[in-house]
Design a protein around this ligand. Structure first.
Ligand code: C2O
Ligand code: CU
Length: 452
């Protein structure tokens, strides 16, 4: 508002053009497949998993493990994955953060019919971006993801530097009963009146407080993914100084220090960590500092052996990244309001623009056009808002300009907060737009965007 009143229509037009030009080359519109076909089979089924040995818990898994497989492919490879549904309820797979052809996006009622028990479905696509992604069901997700259905997709860029270790850390929390089983009431009124389902046991890669072994001098990459239904993590490493190199899969404009970084449900963050030469024999701890008391999540144990020479290379960073410093001069095109009302199947319904799941009309965006959108949280709860098929950049919070020099596919919107994003959509189709607190989404906080 501050600016737009002073601008004539032609001015706004020129600025839009500048913003769109700055965007060019930030990430590709198309990808040329190399012809390499990578085939995988996934079976979604019931099983058991030992989270806190020697106890076992009944879970639902992809191929028997939690998390499911970590699928690593190279940029340009074509992924062909067949999912067999051996659950007793329908499922689908959504490729979180991956720019897939719309029909491969895994959203029932929007891009595909649900995969019925006993049936299979084949997903095939060539990811357009390198980075850290994950996949999960998009139907009854509050139960299916909580019970253990999630996996990781890593798309490697051939030009990336070689770290001493490339680790994947899937962060999750579980709500257990005293008997060590998953509490089996889902989408409760309590969850809906709060920030979704928060558990009583936190895990990394499906294990309670695991230890990773490293050598002094090593340079490691940790790809952190929050797959929890509702819990937000604020990772802190005692005595290590990680640099964030990527957020939500995409390389940041430049690496930056990990401080006060909220990893909300759906978010990923890639860290570049040097284990000090002097650290032989030490143990470092990763803690979550989002809640009042810090919680230990995992340990990094440094061997007592001689340190190795630290690999030296420039941390990876985005080749082109728009600063969009004039983005706030463009008026807000649409304000998405977030709020709840009483009623609905679960007693409380969360809404976007006063509508529940698919009751509203898709909001239309023009591909290739810069658009400023506002997400306005009228409630007092958290909402990590996730847009399928597109990346966006946060340009303001509570109408104050912010500098986030990275793309996101999920942004945490705090109580009564408004977040402005800038976007140049490229991938056409009907895409889901929803809160990644799975209980909120399940009760209605899900709408669609049509990119034309
Ligand atoms: Cu990871 Cu529609 O979500
Ligand atoms: Cu929400």
């Amino acid at each position: 508002q501050l600016y737009s009143a002073e601008l004539s229509i032609t001015d706004t037009h020129n600025i839009t053009e500048i913003l769109e030009n700055e965007f060019k080359g930030a990430y590709p519109e198309k990808i040329l497949p190399t012809g390499e076909l990578r085939e995988f089979e996934l079976v979604a089924k019931q099983g058991t998993w030992s989270i806190v040995p020697p106890y076992t818990t009944s879970v639902w898994t992809y191929n028997g493990t939690i998390p499911g497989p970590v699928i690593r492919i190279k940029l340009g490879d074509t992924l062909k994955l067949t999912l067999k549904n051996e659950l007793s309820q329908p499922t689908t797979i959504h490729w979180h953060g991956v720019r897939v052809p719309n029909a491969m996006d895994g959203v029932p009622g929007v891009t595909q019919p649900p995969i019925q028990p006993g049936d299979s479905f084949t997903y095939q696509f060539t990811p357009k971006d390198a980075g850290t992604f994950w996949f999960h069901p998009h139907i009854n997700a509050a139960e299916q993801i909580e019970r253990g259905l999630h996996g990781v997709l890593i798309v490697e860029d051939p030009s990336e530097p070689v770290y001493s270790q490339d680790l994947v850390w899937v962060l999750d929390d579980w709500l257990f009963t005293n008997g060590g089983e998953i509490y089996s009431k889902f989408v409760t009124r309590h969850d809906l009146a709060h920030d979704g389902r928060w558990g009583n046991l936190l895990t990394v890669n499906g294990k309670y407080q695991p230890t990773v072994k490293v050598k002094a001098g090593e340079r490691i990459r940790i790809r952190m993914i929050n797959v929890a239904n509702g819990r937000v993590f604020k990772p802190v490493f005692e005595q290590l100084s990680p640099a964030v190199i990527a957020v939500d899969g995409m390389l940041a404009k430049a690496p930056f220090a990990l401080q006060q970084f909220f990893v909300a449900p759906g978010n990923r963050v890639d860290l570049d960590i040097i284990i000090p030469q002097t650290a032989a024999g030490k143990t470092f701890v990763l803690q979550d500092a989002f809640t009042r008391n810090n919680i230990d999540l995992a340990f990094i144990q440094v061997a007592s052996a001689e340190p190795i020479a630290t690999p030296s290379f420039k941390s990876p960073q985005a080749q082109h990244f728009p600063l969009w410093s004039d983005a706030l001069k463009i008026p807000v095109e649409h304000e998405f309001t977030l709020d709840a009302r009483r009623g609905g199947v679960y007693g409380i319904s969360w809404m976007i623009d006063d509508k529940v799941w698919l009751e509203g009309k898709a909001y239309e965006l023009q591909s290739g056009k810069f658009t400023r959108l506002r997400i306005n949280n009228k409630s007092s709860r958290l909402h990590p808002m996730h847009l399928h098929g597109q990346f966006f950049k946060v340009i303001a919070k509570n109408r104050q300009k912010v500098e986030e020099n990275f793309w996101r596919d999920t942004v945490l919107v705090g109580p009564k907060e408004s977040v402005d994003i800038g976007i140049v959509p490229m991938d056409k189709g009907l895409w889901a737009n929803h809160c990644h607190i799975l209980e909120h989404a399940e009760s209605g906080m899900m709408s669609t965007i049509m990119v034309k």
